[in-house]
Design a protein around this ligand. Structure first.
Ligand SMILES: [Zn+2]
Length: 202
């Protein structure tokens, strides 16, 4: 059933953009730009093996740590090609992008913000792992009406709120007062099937 699967977004690829001035929206033209961008760089995906590209050793270590964060709690990521761009032109219309097409899974980062990195990795995990039943359960829980309709505002798409929730639940900062985050923690557990490691990191 394709009602809420990612493939409804477009023929060529899934692109999920992240604008981390919270509440910012991806303007409609951004999708057009992003689609042409994906088609342009798709050829690169075929020749590059999974790995981290363009990041200095320090940021490479941050990226590896974020990937380990998923692995350490049993959230399995696909093989990834992660590109860091010091030039914002590497992520047209956004600060970071997740891209999935037939040649593989790609994340482009034009920021070193850890939350954004986790958000994009969450898209990769969601795409490869999450069931439609879980997507629907999350929509039902949040009251959101669309999983990934590009006509819907960015902050009202389930796919984006879910990536934010997963990223939030995997931040390294311990949560010492879980009672203050009951809804966030419940949403994380609904999406991932696990308790946020932030509640037992301290
Ligand atoms: Zn996103």
């Amino acid at each position: 059933m394709a009602l809420i699967t990612n493939t409804r977004i477009g023929r060529f690829a899934l692109i999920a953009t992240a604008l981390f001035a919270l509440g910012a929206q991806v303007p409609a033209p951004g999708w057009a730009v992003a689609h042409s961008y994906v088609e342009t760089f798709s050829a690169k995906q075929i020749v590059d093996p999974p790995g981290i590209y363009g990041a200095d050793p320090d940021f490479t270590a941050v990226i590896e740590s974020a990937i380990d964060r998923f692995d350490s709690v049993g959230l399995t990521l696909p093989d990834l090609r992660i590109y860091y761009h010091s030039d914002p032109a590497g992520c047209p219309g956004a600060t970071a992008q997740f891209n999935q097409d037939g040649s593989g899974t790609r994340v482009d980062l034009c920021t070193q913000v850890a939350y954004t990195l986790l958000h994009e990795l969450a898209h990769a995990w969601e795409y490869h792992t999450m069931s439609d039943a879980t997507r629907q359960a999350y929509l039902d829980h949040t009251g959101l009406l669309s999983w990934a309709d590009p006509e819907v505002d960015w902050e009202d798409r389930g796919i984006e709120c879910a990536a934010n929730t997963v990223a939030w639940g995997l931040l390294e900062t311990p949560i010492t007062n879980p009672a203050a985050f009951v809804d966030e923690l419940h949403s994380f557990e609904l999406l991932t099937g696990i308790t946020s490691p932030r509640t037992h990191d301290s």
